[in-house]
Design a protein around this ligand. Structure first.
Ligand code: AGP
Length: 607
């Protein structure tokens, strides 16, 4: 969602600010802006729409200086207009804000009664106005900021510059992440480490309650209690770099093609490739003491959890509940102390998943997370976390992170099976050895699916689609439907194929294409029966199955995507590829913004 980038440097910061915003743009935004401190005072430029609009404005009305703050805004309070774009400011102070100020109506009424006027519809504007009121009372900038923070309820990450202290940027955090980077020319502040790659080598994370005072050559941090504190500087990780599209037309396509490498990296991280055994020490200790698993996540991460439910139940014989985080938090489900709670998130910042984690911790339960960003808030707040090794995922539609999640979850299911004595050493070796063949299998499937475009063209004119599957095929159908709707804007609904006759079959006619996920196995023939039922009612059917499945249903299929035979354990990872590529090619044919689809944010940091 919103992105913050700020800089205080020996050289002019304008291009670093725009570059920082560009690096953050993958998170989703609908307006942008910056303020630069000049001798004449604080100067602002803002523009609705894409960053190009801000860049054009800066060409027409250039702005240079050595200290500045910048922001990409994803609208929550108020439309995506120039007036609502950040920074918000008075002549004395300018602020960029990520998060939500929950008590802003009260603060607004209070400020207005004192004669302070709001120019925007945003909750964020109360921050510069509160600070200004404190400055007007004679407080120093730092005290004015601290006193204002004490009045804010909700969550925030903010960067602040003062007209009276034009060599300094302040950064403060309560809930929304902020990192500070140290570079050759000065210091940089960002809401996401990925924006630091081109300017800084080392970075530190602010903790909740921290206020950092940052100048070119110095930085000091005070904690919640106002005491001077130290936050460890760490080298920027390669996984935090956005390495560009590397010749691919879109990040999403690049990330689909990176999946064999992600799987290989995951296997090498969690398994010994000489003995084909799990590296037990890479997983949380004492897994055998849990008799239940609760998986909580949102979106694609939730579907990874749904696929994994089958694995945990099958291999480790451990009952699993999987919940979407926004529901779990308020469900007040009784939690037993022998339940292991597992939170899955690519970003580690998703507001609902984070809140669910905090809720579960308050109940005294063990919380582990599966995350793709080591520096995320969930990484800091979980009892321990497992890494997905997907590297920076830039496309809003999650692809390689999903595959990475599936792999770690599968290995964790095997680890739990081993811990409970259900997986002997011979079975462990056989399973891991088989899994090491998966990267090559994935590459082969990606090559085979190069001709996917013609199948995709059959969906381009559709307004609706239905995705069906059984077993792990159902969450894969859900993930395929999510991919299609988020990047092509075609309505896609996923159903367990067995539920077809309980309602959705009423939707079937010639205008309702059906995508069927029917891998070989005990449920294939039942799924193919459902295929015949929809075909008999005029639906065009795209079947994803193996050679046998396609032969069995050949007369009822409009398009077939033939998958290789494989060990059932690897099936969900392989069958993900055609679903991702189908959505991708439909979106490309429709001409949508594949990497930054409308209304979506990569990291959903508000509820
Ligand atoms: C996936 O394509 C989506 N953009 C979205 O559903 C995403 O998976 C969800 O917001 C959860 O994000 P997280 O994994 O970062 O928590």
């Amino acid at each position: 969602m919103c992105g913050i980038f700020a800089a205080v440097s020996e050289t002019s910061v304008t291009s670093a600010l725009v570059g920082g915003l560009r690096a953050l743009s993958y998170r989703g935004y609908d307006s942008s802006g910056l303020v630069i401190a000049q001798h004449s005072g604080l100067q602002r430029r803002r523009a609705p729409g894409k960053l190009e609009a801000l860049s054009s404005l800066l060409k027409e009305q250039p702005l240079e200086g050595f200290v500045g703050i910048a922001h990409t805004r994803w609208a929550t309070h108020g439309a995506p207009s120039e007036t609502n774009a950040h920074p918000h400011m008075t002549p004395k102070v300018a602020v960029v804000h990520n998060g939500i100020i929950e008590n802003y109506s009260l603060l607004k009424a209070d400020l207005e009664s004192d004669g302070y006027r709001f120019n925007s519809e945003t909750d964020s504007e109360c921050i510069p106005l509160l600070i200004t009121r404190n400055l007007d009372k004679g407080m120093t900038p730092e005290v004015a900021l601290r006193e204002a923070m004490a009045m804010l309820e909700g969550s925030f990450g903010i960067a602040v510059i003062f007209a009276s202290e034009s060599d300094t940027v302040y950064a403060a955090r309560l809930g929304s992440p902020l990192v500070i980077g140290q570079g050759a020319t000065g210091h940089f502040i960002a809401s996401d480490a990925i924006a630091m790659a081109s300017v800084a080598r080392n970075l530190c994370m602010l903790e909740d309650g921290d206020v950092a005072k940052v100048r070119v050559n110095e930085m000091s941090i005070t904690n919640n209690a106002g005491e001077v504190t130290h936050r460890e500087m760490k080298a920027l990780q390669v996984s935090e770099h956005d390495q560009g599209k590397q010749g691919y037309r879109h990040y999403m396509l690049k990330e689909i093609h990176q999946q064999p490498e992600v799987v290989r990296n995951t296997l090498n991280h969690y398994c010994d490739n000489a003995s084909f055994t799990l590296k037990d020490e890479m997983f949380p200790a004492n897994l055998e003491r849990f008799d239940r698993l609760s998986i909580v996540a949102c979106g694609t991460s939730y579907y990874a959890g749904m696929v994994a439910r089958t694995w945990f139940e099958k291999y480790a014989a451990i009952p699993v509940e999987a919940d979407v985080a926004s529901e779990y938090r308020y469900r007040e489900s009784p939690l037993s102390p022998n339940t292991l709670s597992l939170f899955i998130s690519q970003s580690g910042e998703t507001a609902d998943t984070l809140a669910a984690l905090r809720y579960t911790k308050e109940q005294g339960l063990s919380c582990i997370s599966l995350l793709n960003v080591d520096t995320s808030t969930m990484a800091a707040e979980s009892d321990s976390f497992l890494r997905t090794l997907a590297g920076a995922e830039i496309g809003v539609a999650s692809t390689k992170a999903f595959t990475g999640q599936l792999m770690v979850l599968l290995l964790m299911a095997l680890r739990m099976a081993k811990a409970s004595g259900r997986l002997d050493i011979a079975a462990e070796k056989a399973a891991i050895k088989e899994l090491f063949t998966l990267p090559v299998g994935l590459s082969n499937v990606i090559d085979q699916l190069a001709s996917m475009k013609s199948i995709a063209s059959s969906l381009v004119q559709s307004e609706h689609t239905l995705f069906l599957g059984r077993g792990t095929g159902f969450p894969l159908a859900q993930e395929g439907a999510l991919k299609l709707k988020e990047i092509s804007y075609i309505h896609a609904e996923a159903y367990p194929a067995g539920e077809l006759k309980h309602g959705p079959i009423a939707l079937i006619d010639e205008a309702m294409p059906v995508v069927l996920v029917a891998p070989p196995g005990p449920m294939m023939s039942k799924t193919l029966s459902n295929l015949r039922e929809v075909a008999a009612r005029g639906a065009k059917v795209i079947l994803i199955s193996n050679h046998e499945g396609i032969e069995l249903a050949s007369e009822h299929i409009t398009h077939a995507i033939e998958m290789p035979d494989c060990d059932p354990v690897m099936m969900p990872v392989l069958y993900t590829l055609p679903l991702q590529l189908l959505a991708y090619h439909v979106a490309v044919l429709k001409g949508t913004d594949v990497d930054q689809p409308r209304n979506l944010a990569k990291s959903v940091t508000v509820e």
